[in-house]
Ligand binder design. Structure first.
Ligand code: TXA
Ligand code: MG
Length: 337
C-alpha cells in the first residue's frame, strides 16, 4: 500500500470520504492529535484500525461526530449533565461517555455498554466527518505505545504502508488528547485528563471527580486505555517533580547518565531551563500551553536525535498541567527522581 499525504482540499476530502464509505481507514487532523478514522458503524473497518495500530481489542475507541445533535443518535439516556457539558464544550477537546445505543458495534466500545463521543473543533476534521456521512471511530493515529502524532509526518512515520491516505492539517493546536469524562451521573468523572481542564469543567458543572486511575495507575482503570503502556519514545524517560531540589536532582542525574556513556536531554519550561547553569541539552517550551503542544513532537525528536535518556520536569497539576504530568508519568513508566 502506497500511503499518500493529501492537502485538505475539497476534492481530497471527498477522496478520503469515499475511502471511509468503502470500508477503509484514513489519518486525519484534529485540534488535539491526529486520528485514525473508520466508519463507527462498520465492524470490518473497525477491525482494520486495531490491526493497523497494533491496539489491544479491549481498548475502546472514541466516536467522532460532526454536529452536537448526533449525540442523540448514538447515546441512550443522555443526562442533563451530559447535555450541559456538550452544549458548552462541543466542538472541542472534550469526550463524553454515555450509555450506548444498541446499533453501535461492540468492537467500537471494547465490549462496554457505554460509548465515548467527541466533536472536534478542527474545521478539516468537521468537514471530513460530514463528508463521510457517518460517525468516525478514531483512536490517535500512532502505533500502539508510541507518542501520539501531532502532525501528518508522525502518522506517516508510524503507519506508512498500512493505509492509503493521510489528510495533512499541519501541526495540532493543542497537542494532547481530549479530556474523557463520564457524564452518566450527576457529577462528571474525569477518566483521562486532556485539552479541556478540570477547572474549566468545574466552572460549568459545579463539581468534578477525578478517577484516580489516570494519574496513579490504578488496578482497575475506568477508562480501559489508561492501563496500557503509552506515549513512550525509545529513549528512557525519567520524570522529576519541580520542587526545591529539582535543579540539583536533574543536573546530578544528567551527570550520572553522561558518565555512563548515555546521551541525555532535559525537557522543561523556560523558567526551569533558566536555572540550569552549565552545558545541558535542553528541549524547552516557553509556557505550559507550548509544553503540551510540543510534548509528543519533542519525545519523537529526542529519538531522532539519538538521545538515550530524557529527564522530563513535571509541572503543577492545575489547568493543562494535569494532562502534561499524566502523559509524562505514563511515558516514564513511573520512573521518578
Ligand atoms: O483527542 C483525542 O481524544 C484523540 C483524537 C483523535 O480525537 N483520540 C484519542 O483516542 O486519544 P485514543 O483511542 O488514543 O484514546 C481514547 C481513550 C482511551 O483511553 C479509551 O480507553 C477511552 O478513551 N475510552 C474510549 N471509549 C470509552 C468508554 N466507552 N468508556 C471509557 N473510556 C473510553
Ligand atoms: Mg492514543
Amino acid at each position: 500500500m502506497d500511503t499518500k499525504i493529501l492537502q485538505p482540499t475539497k476534492e481530497n476530502i471527498a477522496v478520503c470520504a469515499d475511502e471511509i464509505k468503502s470500508g477503509g481507514i484514513v489519518g486525519f487532523p484534529t485540534e488535539t492529535v491526529y486520528g485514525l478514522g473508520a466508519s463507527a458503524l462498520d465492524e470490518r473497518a473497525i477491525a482494520k484500525i486495531f490491526e493497523c495500530k497494533g491496539r489491544p481489542s479491549d481498548n475502546p475507541l472514541i466516536v467522532h461526530i460532526g454536529a452536537v445533535g448526533q449525540i442523540y443518535e448514538l447515546a441512550s439516556d443522555v443526562t442533563p449533565l451530559g447535555e450541559k457539558l456538550a452544549n458548552h464544550f462541543m466542538p472541542g477537546a472534550l469526550t463524553l461517555v454515555f450509555n450506548k445505543k444498541p446499533h453501535i458495534p461492540s468492537v467500537v466500545t471494547g465490549g462496554l455498554n457505554t460509548v465515548a463521543l467527541r466533536m472536534p473543533s478542527n474545521q478539516i476534521a468537521i468537514d471530513f466527518i460530514n463528508a463521510c456521512g457517518v460517525p468516525l471511530a478514531a483512536p490517535s493515529a500512532n502505533l500502539s505505545t508510541t507518542p501520539s502524532p501531532t502532525c501528518a509526518e508522525h502518522v506517516y512515520g508510524d503507519l506508512k504502508g498500512r493505509l492509503n491516505y493521510i489528510i495533512d492539517g499541519g501541526a495540532c493546536r493543542i497537542g494532547l488528547e481530549s479530556t474523557v469524562v463520564d457524564v452518566r451521573g450527576d457529577v462528571p468523572i474525569i477518566l483521562r485528563a486532556g485539552g479541556v481542564s478540570k477547572e474549566e469543567i468545574e466552572a460549568v458543572s459545579g463539581s468534578v471527580k477525578l478517577a484516580n486511575s489516570f494519574i496513579k495507575g490504578d488496578e482497575k482503570p475506568l477508562s480501559p486505555g489508561m492501563k496500557y503502556k503509552h506515549y513512550s519514545p525509545k529513549a528512557n524517560v525519567i520524570v522529576c517533580e519541580n520542587d526545591g531540589n529539582a535543579v540539583k536532582k536533574v543536573t546530578d542525574q544528567c551527570e550520572e547518565q553522561t558518565k555512563g556513556g548515555k546521551k541525555c536531554v532535559v525537557m522543561c519550561v523556560a523558567e526551569f531551563a533558566a536555572q540550569l547553569s552549565g552545558e545541558y541539552n535542553v528541549k524547552c517550551s516557553s509556557d505550559l500551553a507550548e509544553y503540551a503542544k510540543n510534548l509528543y513532537a519533542d519525545l519523537r525528536a529526542c529519538d531522532d536525535e539519538g538521545y538515550d535518556c530524557i529527564i522530563a520536569v513535571l509541572c503543577g497539576n492545575s489547568e493543562i498541567g494535569l494532562a502534561i504530568n499524566n502523559r509524562l508519568l505514563k511515558a516514564s513508566g513511573g520512573k521518578k527522581l
